[in-house]
Design a protein around this ligand. Structure first.
Ligand code: ATP
Ligand code: MG
Length: 183
């Protein structure tokens, strides 16, 4: 599944709706220090279900909401939408037949976050399963943070195995097994 569009609204420094089309090939994001390059990648991680506020450089989850500036008041809602091209129909059920998927995550100050896929409310776990199958989740080895290469080298075997399983595309099976065990 290809990522084709990222839409941020009220997320960190993206106070107004910002729309990024992701075209085929290599995409680079350039700009001066503090212009929001890392915030953009964190928006991508967040919509894919990142649950650790530390990974997003936020003291708590609500801190991903635009906190205000000299000119603009703070906002109370942040939303990020990620559009996926599913023309190869690789998404799991019940999304397999859809041509495109829009995964959206929204957080309201003090009220936690909610997820939608193509407008339908879903659980965080459904979003995790979708991206775990596509090997592109918030924790996926395809999103490499600064310092992460060193961490993998020094990691315990169990943690290193998880990275390899993600890369091999079988991490989704673990999420499903865990679900089955809970039932
Ligand atoms: P560098 O080149 O230094 O890595 P960058 O382009 O990656 O910079 P970011 O770290 O993405 O920059 O953006 C930092 C800016 O985002 C800071 O000015 C910070 O105040 C702003 N910012 C972060 N969180 C929020 C928030 N919740 N509300 C408003 N602004 C925020
Ligand atoms: Mg940065």
């Amino acid at each position: 599944m290809k990522l084709t569009r990222l839409r941020l609204h009220g997320f960190k420094s993206f106070v107004d709706q910002s729309d990024f089309l992701i075209e085929p090939g290599l995409t680079g994001i350039v700009g001066p220090n503090g212009c929001g390059k890392s915030n953009l990648v964190e928006g991508l991680r967040w919509v894919m279900g990142e649950s650790s506020h530390k990974t997003l450089r936020a003291a708590e989850m609500d801190d991903v909401i635009f906190a205000g500036s000299k000119e603009r008041p703070a906002r109370n809602v942040a939303e990020v939408g990620l559009t996926l091209d599913n023309s190869a129909h690789e998404a799991p059920q019940p999304w397999t037949a859809e041509e495109t998927l829009e995964v959206a995550r929204r957080v309201e100050r003090g009220k936690g976050s909610s997820y939608r896929i193509n407008g339908r409310e879903v659980r965080a776990r459904d979003v995790q399963i979708l991206f775990a199958d596509a090997s592109t989740g918030a924790r996926s080895p395809s999103l490499v943070r600064q310092g992460q290469v060193g961490e993998i080298i020094n990691a315990k075997p169990e943690a290193r195995r998880r990275v390899l399983e993600e890369a091999a595309g079988i991490a989704g099976l673990h999420v499903r097994r865990h679900e089955a065990e809970l039932r």
